[in-house]
Design a protein around this ligand. Sequence first.
Ligand SMILES: [Zn+2]
Length: 405
Amino acid sequence: MIRYHAAWVVPIEGEPIKDGWVTVDRGRIVALGRRAANDSTRGVELGDVAVMPGLVNAHTHLELSYLRDQIAPASSFTAWARQIIAERRKTHLLTDPAIPAGVDAAIEELLRCGTALVGEITNTLFMTFDKLAQSPLAGVVFWELIGFNLDADFDAMVTQALEDLGDLPATEKVRGSLAAHAPYSVAPLFFRAIKKAVNKMPFVPCSVHLAENVEEVELLTTGGGPWKALMQDIGSWNPEWTAPGVGPVKYLDDMGFIDDRLLVVHGVQTSKADLERLRSRGATLVTCPRSNGHTGAGLPPIVDFYESGVRIAIGTDSLASCPDLNVFAEIATLHALAPSVPATSLLESATIQGARALGFDADYGTIEPGKLARLLAVDVPPGTSDVEEYLVSGIHPGQIRWVES
Ligand SMILES: [Zn+2]
Protein backbone atom coordinates (compact mmCIF):
# COMPACT_ATOMS: atom_id res chain seq x y z
CA MET A 1 0.00 0.00 0.00
CA ILE A 2 1.31 3.43 -0.92
CA ARG A 3 0.10 6.71 0.49
CA TYR A 4 0.48 9.83 -1.67
CA HIS A 5 0.46 13.38 -0.32
CA ALA A 6 -0.44 16.34 -2.52
CA ALA A 7 -1.23 20.04 -2.22
CA TRP A 8 -4.65 19.18 -3.63
CA VAL A 9 -6.70 16.05 -4.18
CA VAL A 10 -9.57 16.66 -6.60
CA PRO A 11 -11.80 13.58 -6.29
CA ILE A 12 -14.59 14.97 -8.57
CA GLU A 13 -16.99 13.08 -6.28
CA GLY A 14 -16.97 15.72 -3.53
CA GLU A 15 -15.11 18.96 -2.94
CA PRO A 16 -11.38 19.41 -3.66
CA ILE A 17 -9.28 18.48 -0.63
CA LYS A 18 -6.45 20.85 0.32
CA ASP A 19 -3.38 19.07 1.75
CA GLY A 20 -4.89 15.77 0.71
CA TRP A 21 -3.79 12.16 0.66
CA VAL A 22 -4.74 9.10 -1.33
CA THR A 23 -3.75 5.53 -0.56
CA VAL A 24 -3.40 3.00 -3.34
CA ASP A 25 -3.00 -0.76 -3.13
CA ARG A 26 -2.21 -2.95 -6.15
CA GLY A 27 -3.53 -0.37 -8.59
CA ARG A 28 -6.76 0.43 -6.76
CA ILE A 29 -7.74 3.38 -4.58
CA VAL A 30 -8.16 2.42 -0.92
CA ALA A 31 -8.93 5.70 0.84
CA LEU A 32 -8.46 9.46 0.66
CA GLY A 33 -8.65 12.39 3.01
CA ARG A 34 -7.16 15.61 4.37
CA ARG A 35 -3.94 15.73 6.36
CA ALA A 36 -4.47 17.15 9.80
CA ALA A 37 -1.80 19.56 11.10
CA ASN A 38 -0.54 16.91 13.56
CA ASP A 39 -0.64 14.04 11.05
CA SER A 40 2.89 12.63 10.74
CA THR A 41 1.98 9.56 8.64
CA ARG A 42 4.70 8.98 6.07
CA GLY A 43 3.81 9.14 2.41
CA VAL A 44 5.17 9.88 -1.04
CA GLU A 45 5.31 13.66 -1.24
CA LEU A 46 4.02 14.73 -4.67
CA GLY A 47 4.30 18.43 -3.78
CA ASP A 48 2.47 21.27 -5.53
CA VAL A 49 0.19 19.15 -7.65
CA ALA A 50 -3.50 18.41 -7.97
CA VAL A 51 -4.17 14.67 -7.92
CA MET A 52 -7.23 13.92 -10.01
CA PRO A 53 -8.76 11.12 -12.08
CA GLY A 54 -7.39 10.48 -15.57
CA LEU A 55 -9.44 12.31 -18.20
CA VAL A 56 -12.02 10.97 -20.62
CA ASN A 57 -11.82 11.96 -24.27
CA ALA A 58 -15.29 10.85 -25.32
CA HIS A 59 -14.93 11.44 -29.06
CA THR A 60 -11.85 10.70 -31.15
CA HIS A 61 -11.09 9.36 -34.64
CA LEU A 62 -7.49 8.18 -34.25
CA GLU A 63 -7.37 6.92 -37.85
CA LEU A 64 -7.59 10.54 -39.03
CA SER A 65 -4.50 11.55 -37.03
CA TYR A 66 -2.32 11.45 -40.17
CA LEU A 67 -4.32 14.48 -41.41
CA ARG A 68 -3.02 16.69 -38.59
CA ASP A 69 -2.64 20.27 -39.86
CA GLN A 70 -3.64 19.14 -43.38
CA ILE A 71 -7.27 20.31 -43.44
CA ALA A 72 -7.80 24.06 -43.57
CA PRO A 73 -10.43 25.71 -41.37
CA ALA A 74 -13.65 25.89 -43.37
CA SER A 75 -16.47 28.41 -43.58
CA SER A 76 -19.10 25.69 -43.79
CA PHE A 77 -19.20 22.09 -42.59
CA THR A 78 -19.87 20.63 -46.03
CA ALA A 79 -16.85 22.54 -47.39
CA TRP A 80 -14.78 20.90 -44.63
CA ALA A 81 -16.29 17.48 -45.38
CA ARG A 82 -15.38 17.85 -49.06
CA GLN A 83 -11.74 18.44 -48.06
CA ILE A 84 -11.73 15.32 -45.88
CA ILE A 85 -13.33 13.18 -48.58
CA ALA A 86 -10.74 14.40 -51.14
CA GLU A 87 -7.82 13.72 -48.76
CA ARG A 88 -9.07 10.27 -47.80
CA ARG A 89 -9.42 9.30 -51.44
CA LYS A 90 -5.65 9.86 -51.83
CA THR A 91 -4.80 7.13 -49.33
CA HIS A 92 -5.83 3.54 -48.86
CA LEU A 93 -7.40 3.19 -45.46
CA LEU A 94 -6.15 -0.33 -44.84
CA THR A 95 -2.67 -0.26 -46.37
CA ASP A 96 -1.22 3.26 -46.13
CA PRO A 97 1.47 3.17 -43.40
CA ALA A 98 0.79 6.83 -42.53
CA ILE A 99 -2.49 5.81 -40.89
CA PRO A 100 -1.18 3.32 -38.27
CA ALA A 101 1.81 5.61 -37.63
CA GLY A 102 -0.65 8.43 -36.93
CA VAL A 103 -2.65 6.20 -34.57
CA ASP A 104 0.51 5.27 -32.63
CA ALA A 105 1.53 8.92 -32.25
CA ALA A 106 -2.01 9.87 -31.23
CA ILE A 107 -2.12 7.22 -28.49
CA GLU A 108 1.18 8.55 -27.11
CA GLU A 109 -0.26 12.07 -27.17
CA LEU A 110 -3.48 11.00 -25.42
CA LEU A 111 -1.40 9.49 -22.61
CA ARG A 112 0.84 12.56 -22.33
CA CYS A 113 -2.30 14.70 -22.04
CA GLY A 114 -3.59 12.65 -19.10
CA THR A 115 -6.25 10.61 -20.92
CA ALA A 116 -7.41 7.40 -19.25
CA LEU A 117 -10.44 6.55 -21.38
CA VAL A 118 -11.48 7.16 -24.98
CA GLY A 119 -14.64 6.93 -27.05
CA GLU A 120 -13.01 6.07 -30.36
CA ILE A 121 -14.79 5.98 -33.72
CA THR A 122 -13.18 3.56 -36.16
CA ASN A 123 -13.60 2.87 -39.86
CA THR A 124 -11.26 -0.15 -39.89
CA LEU A 125 -12.10 -1.69 -36.51
CA PHE A 126 -8.92 -3.72 -36.15
CA MET A 127 -6.44 -0.86 -36.43
CA THR A 128 -7.37 1.20 -33.41
CA PHE A 129 -8.82 -1.67 -31.39
CA ASP A 130 -5.57 -3.63 -31.27
CA LYS A 131 -3.42 -0.58 -30.60
CA LEU A 132 -5.69 0.65 -27.80
CA ALA A 133 -5.94 -2.82 -26.27
CA GLN A 134 -2.13 -2.95 -26.12
CA SER A 135 -1.83 0.56 -24.64
CA PRO A 136 -2.58 1.76 -21.09
CA LEU A 137 -5.77 3.38 -22.40
CA ALA A 138 -9.22 1.91 -21.88
CA GLY A 139 -12.48 2.72 -23.61
CA VAL A 140 -14.98 1.89 -26.30
CA VAL A 141 -14.16 1.43 -29.97
CA PHE A 142 -17.24 2.24 -32.04
CA TRP A 143 -17.35 0.46 -35.42
CA GLU A 144 -18.91 3.23 -37.50
CA LEU A 145 -21.57 2.24 -39.98
CA ILE A 146 -22.38 4.35 -43.03
CA GLY A 147 -24.99 3.65 -45.70
CA PHE A 148 -27.57 5.97 -47.14
CA ASN A 149 -28.16 4.99 -50.74
CA LEU A 150 -28.06 1.25 -50.45
CA ASP A 151 -30.93 -1.06 -51.21
CA ALA A 152 -28.93 -3.29 -48.96
CA ASP A 153 -30.19 -5.60 -46.33
CA PHE A 154 -29.34 -3.43 -43.35
CA ASP A 155 -30.04 -6.24 -40.89
CA ALA A 156 -27.43 -8.36 -42.68
CA MET A 157 -24.92 -5.48 -42.60
CA VAL A 158 -25.43 -5.08 -38.86
CA THR A 159 -25.15 -8.84 -38.33
CA GLN A 160 -21.83 -8.79 -40.19
CA ALA A 161 -20.60 -5.86 -38.09
CA LEU A 162 -21.53 -7.75 -34.92
CA GLU A 163 -19.58 -10.78 -36.16
CA ASP A 164 -16.60 -8.50 -36.79
CA LEU A 165 -16.88 -7.26 -33.21
CA GLY A 166 -17.17 -10.83 -31.97
CA ASP A 167 -13.90 -11.72 -33.72
CA LEU A 168 -11.95 -9.13 -31.72
CA PRO A 169 -9.55 -10.42 -29.08
CA ALA A 170 -11.22 -10.58 -25.69
CA THR A 171 -10.26 -7.75 -23.35
CA GLU A 172 -12.27 -6.08 -20.64
CA LYS A 173 -10.29 -2.86 -21.02
CA VAL A 174 -11.38 -1.99 -24.54
CA ARG A 175 -14.90 -2.86 -25.63
CA GLY A 176 -16.37 -2.84 -29.11
CA SER A 177 -19.71 -1.38 -30.10
CA LEU A 178 -21.48 0.19 -33.08
CA ALA A 179 -21.93 3.81 -34.12
CA ALA A 180 -24.18 5.31 -36.75
CA HIS A 181 -22.31 8.04 -38.64
CA ALA A 182 -24.93 10.80 -39.03
CA PRO A 183 -28.49 11.43 -40.28
CA TYR A 184 -27.21 12.49 -43.73
CA SER A 185 -25.20 9.29 -44.21
CA VAL A 186 -27.28 6.58 -42.52
CA ALA A 187 -30.66 5.51 -43.89
CA PRO A 188 -33.63 5.37 -41.49
CA LEU A 189 -33.87 1.56 -41.67
CA PHE A 190 -30.14 1.34 -40.96
CA PHE A 191 -30.55 3.44 -37.80
CA ARG A 192 -33.30 1.06 -36.65
CA ALA A 193 -31.18 -2.03 -37.35
CA ILE A 194 -28.21 -0.59 -35.45
CA LYS A 195 -30.38 0.29 -32.46
CA LYS A 196 -31.95 -3.15 -32.38
CA ALA A 197 -28.51 -4.77 -32.33
CA VAL A 198 -27.05 -2.49 -29.65
CA ASN A 199 -30.09 -3.06 -27.42
CA LYS A 200 -29.41 -6.80 -27.45
CA MET A 201 -25.80 -6.39 -26.34
CA PRO A 202 -24.81 -6.27 -22.67
CA PHE A 203 -24.49 -2.59 -21.73
CA VAL A 204 -22.40 -0.92 -24.35
CA PRO A 205 -22.97 2.60 -25.54
CA CYS A 206 -23.80 3.71 -29.06
CA SER A 207 -22.74 6.93 -30.77
CA VAL A 208 -23.94 9.26 -33.50
CA HIS A 209 -22.86 12.64 -34.89
CA LEU A 210 -26.01 14.71 -34.46
CA ALA A 211 -27.14 18.29 -34.98
CA GLU A 212 -23.58 19.21 -35.88
CA ASN A 213 -24.19 21.61 -38.75
CA VAL A 214 -26.85 23.82 -40.31
CA GLU A 215 -26.68 21.91 -43.60
CA GLU A 216 -27.83 18.78 -41.73
CA VAL A 217 -30.82 20.69 -40.33
CA GLU A 218 -31.60 22.00 -43.81
CA LEU A 219 -31.49 18.51 -45.32
CA LEU A 220 -33.81 17.02 -42.69
CA THR A 221 -36.28 19.88 -42.75
CA THR A 222 -36.36 20.59 -46.52
CA GLY A 223 -34.83 17.56 -48.24
CA GLY A 224 -32.27 19.71 -50.05
CA GLY A 225 -29.25 21.95 -49.65
CA PRO A 226 -25.48 21.39 -49.59
CA TRP A 227 -25.62 17.86 -48.11
CA LYS A 228 -27.84 16.66 -50.94
CA ALA A 229 -25.43 18.21 -53.47
CA LEU A 230 -22.41 16.63 -51.78
CA MET A 231 -24.05 13.20 -51.53
CA GLN A 232 -25.04 13.38 -55.19
CA ASP A 233 -21.46 14.36 -56.14
CA ILE A 234 -19.98 11.33 -54.37
CA GLY A 235 -22.69 8.96 -55.64
CA SER A 236 -24.21 8.36 -52.20
CA TRP A 237 -27.55 10.11 -52.55
CA ASN A 238 -30.74 8.12 -52.26
CA PRO A 239 -33.52 9.63 -54.41
CA GLU A 240 -36.09 7.51 -52.56
CA TRP A 241 -35.34 9.23 -49.26
CA THR A 242 -37.89 11.75 -48.07
CA ALA A 243 -37.11 14.45 -45.56
CA PRO A 244 -38.80 13.92 -42.19
CA GLY A 245 -39.49 17.66 -41.94
CA VAL A 246 -38.15 17.91 -38.39
CA GLY A 247 -34.80 18.73 -36.81
CA PRO A 248 -32.09 16.11 -36.14
CA VAL A 249 -32.90 15.41 -32.48
CA LYS A 250 -36.63 14.90 -33.04
CA TYR A 251 -35.87 12.84 -36.16
CA LEU A 252 -33.79 10.27 -34.28
CA ASP A 253 -35.99 10.37 -31.19
CA ASP A 254 -39.10 9.63 -33.26
CA MET A 255 -37.44 6.45 -34.49
CA GLY A 256 -36.48 5.41 -30.94
CA PHE A 257 -32.74 5.92 -31.40
CA ILE A 258 -32.14 8.23 -28.46
CA ASP A 259 -31.79 6.65 -25.02
CA ASP A 260 -29.42 6.44 -22.05
CA ARG A 261 -26.89 4.39 -24.04
CA LEU A 262 -26.42 7.05 -26.67
CA LEU A 263 -23.54 9.50 -27.04
CA VAL A 264 -24.92 12.40 -29.08
CA VAL A 265 -21.81 14.03 -30.53
CA HIS A 266 -21.74 17.80 -31.21
CA GLY A 267 -25.31 19.13 -30.80
CA VAL A 268 -24.27 22.55 -32.13
CA GLN A 269 -27.70 22.98 -33.72
CA THR A 270 -29.87 22.17 -30.72
CA SER A 271 -32.76 24.21 -29.33
CA LYS A 272 -33.73 24.24 -25.66
CA ALA A 273 -36.54 21.82 -26.54
CA ASP A 274 -34.00 19.47 -28.20
CA LEU A 275 -31.80 19.60 -25.10
CA GLU A 276 -34.79 18.83 -22.87
CA ARG A 277 -35.58 15.86 -25.10
CA LEU A 278 -31.99 14.57 -24.78
CA ARG A 279 -32.07 15.11 -21.01
CA SER A 280 -35.36 13.26 -20.59
CA ARG A 281 -33.99 10.30 -22.56
CA GLY A 282 -30.84 10.16 -20.42
CA ALA A 283 -28.53 10.56 -23.43
CA THR A 284 -25.07 12.10 -23.07
CA LEU A 285 -24.15 15.06 -25.23
CA VAL A 286 -20.47 15.05 -26.22
CA THR A 287 -19.26 18.53 -26.99
CA CYS A 288 -16.15 19.23 -29.14
CA PRO A 289 -16.08 23.05 -29.44
CA ARG A 290 -12.61 23.41 -31.00
CA SER A 291 -13.57 21.01 -33.78
CA ASN A 292 -16.86 22.84 -34.32
CA GLY A 293 -14.95 26.09 -34.77
CA HIS A 294 -12.53 24.53 -37.25
CA THR A 295 -15.10 22.71 -39.40
CA GLY A 296 -17.33 25.73 -39.91
CA ALA A 297 -20.12 24.17 -37.84
CA GLY A 298 -19.96 27.19 -35.50
CA LEU A 299 -19.87 27.39 -31.74
CA PRO A 300 -22.12 25.17 -29.63
CA PRO A 301 -24.63 26.74 -27.18
CA ILE A 302 -22.56 25.76 -24.15
CA VAL A 303 -24.51 27.72 -21.54
CA ASP A 304 -27.76 26.16 -22.80
CA PHE A 305 -26.14 22.72 -22.66
CA TYR A 306 -25.31 23.06 -18.98
CA GLU A 307 -28.50 24.89 -18.02
CA SER A 308 -30.62 22.15 -19.61
CA GLY A 309 -29.39 19.52 -17.15
CA VAL A 310 -28.44 17.11 -19.94
CA ARG A 311 -25.35 15.01 -19.23
CA ILE A 312 -22.34 16.59 -20.96
CA ALA A 313 -19.08 14.83 -21.84
CA ILE A 314 -16.12 16.28 -23.75
CA GLY A 315 -14.21 15.15 -26.83
CA THR A 316 -11.46 16.65 -28.91
CA ASP A 317 -12.66 15.00 -32.13
CA SER A 318 -9.95 14.11 -34.65
CA LEU A 319 -6.66 15.82 -35.46
CA ALA A 320 -8.21 16.68 -38.84
CA SER A 321 -10.32 19.28 -37.03
CA CYS A 322 -8.52 19.92 -33.73
CA PRO A 323 -4.91 21.01 -33.13
CA ASP A 324 -4.22 18.46 -30.37
CA LEU A 325 -5.81 15.69 -28.29
CA ASN A 326 -5.53 17.58 -24.99
CA VAL A 327 -8.87 17.47 -23.13
CA PHE A 328 -7.54 20.15 -20.74
CA ALA A 329 -7.32 22.47 -23.76
CA GLU A 330 -10.87 21.55 -24.73
CA ILE A 331 -12.03 22.37 -21.17
CA ALA A 332 -10.19 25.71 -21.33
CA THR A 333 -12.03 26.52 -24.56
CA LEU A 334 -15.38 25.71 -22.94
CA HIS A 335 -14.41 27.85 -19.95
CA ALA A 336 -13.40 30.80 -22.16
CA LEU A 337 -16.59 30.55 -24.24
CA ALA A 338 -18.90 30.07 -21.26
CA PRO A 339 -17.28 31.50 -18.11
CA SER A 340 -20.59 31.26 -16.22
CA VAL A 341 -20.49 27.44 -16.32
CA PRO A 342 -19.00 26.29 -12.99
CA ALA A 343 -15.49 24.81 -13.15
CA THR A 344 -16.82 21.84 -11.17
CA SER A 345 -19.25 21.02 -13.97
CA LEU A 346 -16.54 21.20 -16.64
CA LEU A 347 -14.28 18.87 -14.64
CA GLU A 348 -17.16 16.41 -14.16
CA SER A 349 -17.77 16.46 -17.93
CA ALA A 350 -14.12 15.61 -18.57
CA THR A 351 -14.11 12.72 -16.08
CA ILE A 352 -17.15 10.99 -14.56
CA GLN A 353 -19.68 12.00 -17.21
CA GLY A 354 -17.55 10.57 -20.00
CA ALA A 355 -16.74 7.47 -17.94
CA ARG A 356 -20.41 6.88 -17.21
CA ALA A 357 -21.44 7.38 -20.83
CA LEU A 358 -18.85 4.84 -21.96
CA GLY A 359 -19.87 2.34 -19.27
CA PHE A 360 -16.60 2.53 -17.31
CA ASP A 361 -17.70 4.48 -14.23
CA ALA A 362 -17.20 1.52 -11.88
CA ASP A 363 -13.44 1.89 -12.39
CA TYR A 364 -12.84 5.42 -13.72
CA GLY A 365 -13.98 9.02 -13.47
CA THR A 366 -13.62 9.80 -9.75
CA ILE A 367 -11.23 9.16 -6.86
CA GLU A 368 -13.23 6.76 -4.71
CA PRO A 369 -12.25 3.63 -2.78
CA GLY A 370 -12.32 0.59 -5.06
CA LYS A 371 -11.77 2.41 -8.34
CA LEU A 372 -8.63 2.05 -10.43
CA ALA A 373 -5.78 4.36 -9.47
CA ARG A 374 -5.44 5.85 -12.97
CA LEU A 375 -4.63 9.19 -11.39
CA LEU A 376 -2.94 12.33 -12.64
CA ALA A 377 -0.63 14.66 -10.75
CA VAL A 378 -1.03 18.07 -12.39
CA ASP A 379 1.47 20.79 -11.46
CA VAL A 380 -0.22 23.76 -9.83
CA PRO A 381 1.47 26.97 -8.64
CA PRO A 382 2.38 27.04 -4.93
CA GLY A 383 -0.41 28.60 -2.90
CA THR A 384 -3.15 27.93 -5.47
CA SER A 385 -6.42 28.68 -3.71
CA ASP A 386 -9.05 27.81 -6.35
CA VAL A 387 -7.69 24.60 -7.82
CA GLU A 388 -10.74 23.90 -10.00
CA GLU A 389 -10.50 27.32 -11.62
CA TYR A 390 -6.81 26.66 -12.26
CA LEU A 391 -7.50 23.25 -13.84
CA VAL A 392 -10.07 24.65 -16.30
CA SER A 393 -7.85 27.52 -17.41
CA GLY A 394 -5.50 25.54 -19.65
CA ILE A 395 -3.09 22.78 -18.64
CA HIS A 396 -0.30 21.74 -21.00
CA PRO A 397 1.13 18.21 -21.18
CA GLY A 398 4.39 19.29 -19.49
CA GLN A 399 2.43 19.80 -16.26
CA ILE A 400 0.95 16.29 -16.26
CA ARG A 401 2.35 13.06 -14.79
CA TRP A 402 0.69 9.73 -14.03
CA VAL A 403 0.79 9.00 -10.31
CA GLU A 404 1.39 5.29 -10.92
CA SER A 405 2.53 4.06 -14.29
ZN1 LIG B 1 -16.58 12.64 -35.16
